[in-house]
Design a protein. Structure first.
Length: 92
C-alpha cells in the first residue's frame, strides 16, 4: 500500500471522465471560467496523490490536464491501464 502523499498513476473510468466533463461544462454554462483543460476521456492516465488510506483502498487527488483536479475516493490498486484503479509509476 502507498503512504499518504505518495504519487501513483490513476486511469480514468467512463464514469470519472463523464463526471469531470459535466462539471467543467456546468461551470462554463453559468459564464465562469474556473476550470480549463482538455476533455477527459476514459482510459487516460494521470498522476495522483494519495490523500487517505482505508484498508486496501486509497483516496487520490488526480492532477488532470487542465486547471482542476479530480477526487477519486476508495480506489484500489489495479493493473496498468485498468480503468478506475491506481498503479505505481514505473521505475527507471
Amino acid at each position: 500500500m502507498p503512504a499518504l502523499g505518495d504519487v501513483v498513476l490513476y486511469t480514468l473510468s467512463e464514469t470519472d471522465a463523464a463526471t469531470i466533463n459535466q462539471r467543467r461544462d456546468e461551470i462554463r454554462v453559468v459564464g465562469l471560467r474556473v476550470f480549463a483543460g482538455l476533455e477527459a476521456e476514459p482510459g487516460q492516465t494521470f498522476p495522483a496523490m494519495v490523500t487517505r488510506l482505508d484498508g486496501d483502498a486509497a483516496n487520490v487527488q488526480v492532477a488532470l490536464d487542465g486547471t482542476d483536479v479530480f477526487w477519486a475516493p476508495a480506489r484500489t490498486e489495479g493493473e496498468p491501464g485498468e480503468q478506475g484503479h491506481w498503479v505505481w509509476p514505473p521505475t527507471s
